[in-house]
Design a protein. Structure first.
Ligand code: AP5
Ligand code: MG
Length: 216
């Protein structure tokens, strides 16, 4: 299955991607995660991306697209993948279509995680990420009193772009540049909206239900 998760910052794309991708045995490809790995590795790509990410702006398309093209050419992505955070605007969506057509493939489905702005700010203010395995936690919803990952004992950190001011800007960028993808994919007939409020497991259940007519 070739899937895309779309939704505002904090909608739970990364959280749901880890469960949905594992349920479907496909790789989860998150452009945000790849950029952050480059930032912490101190690569040239990381240095460039950090400038944009810290402001809450999109990294330039040519850089992002080249990175995704390389990742999709890897062996584990040949029979399916779940993209989290890409595409992020209509030009990226158009190019993704072309890249997949080169492999003789296309997207099966785009899941839109639907949640309002206040919930997003609440979720991002308490987000913690594991520096070792990348698993996503929340200080209140997961009752995390320490800074240690329950899955691997790695140290948890708070993302630099989760300051309230930057979150508000990321939401504006989402409305301006990413939200148009909803009608883009609705026109293609492959968009399904999923209510992303309520407990994590409940959202995963809704997402799997939305996917079930297309899976297998
Ligand atoms: P990216 O990393 O993709 O950030 P984002 O889209 O802003 O999304 P987030 O990761 O903040 O939120 P999420 O939806 O994954 O939520 P999560 O599951 O963590 O991108 C970062 C930056 O990289 C961009 O700003 C840009 O600069 C650059 N970039 C990336 N892709 C790009 C592209 N294609 N083009 C150009 N630039 C690009 O959940 C959030 C919190 O809520 C967590 O604490 C979680 O535990 C909690 N939570 C989740 N679900 C629930 C629930 N149901 N109930 C309660 N809490 C929940
Ligand atoms: Mg994420």
């Amino acid at each position: 299955m070739r899937l895309v998760l779309v939704g505002p910052p904090g909608a739970g794309k990364g959280t749901q991607a880890q469960f949905v991708a594992s349920n479907l045995s496909i790789p989860k490809i998150s452009t945000g995660d790849i950029f952050r790995a480059n930032v912490s590795g101190g690569t040239e790509l990381g240095k460039l991306a950090k400038e944009y990410m810290d402001r809450g702006d999109l990294v330039p398309d040519e850089v992002t697209i080249a990175m995704v093209r390389d990742r999709l050419a890897e062996k584990d992505a040949q029979d399916g993948f779940l993209l989290d955070g890409f595409p992020r605007n209509v030009p990226q969506a158009e190019i993704l279509k072309k890249i997949l057509a080169e492999f003789g493939a296309g997207l099966d489905l785009v899941l839109e995680l639907v949640v309002d702005d206040e919930e997003v700010v609440r979720r991002l203010a308490g987000r913690r990420t594991c520096s070792q395995c990348g698993r996503i936690w929340h200080v209140d919803f997961d009752d995390k009193k320490d800074d240690v990952c329950d899955a691997c004992n790695g140290k948890l950190y708070q993302r630099d772009d989760d300051k309230e001011e930057t979150v508000r800007h990321r939401l504006e960028v989402y409305q301006e540049q990413t939200a148009p993808l909803v009608s883009f994919y609705a026109d293609e007939g492959i968009l399904v909206g999923v209510d992303a409020t309520g407990p994590v497991e409940e959202v995963t259940r809704r997402a799997m239900e939305a996917l079930s007519p297309y899976a297998g």
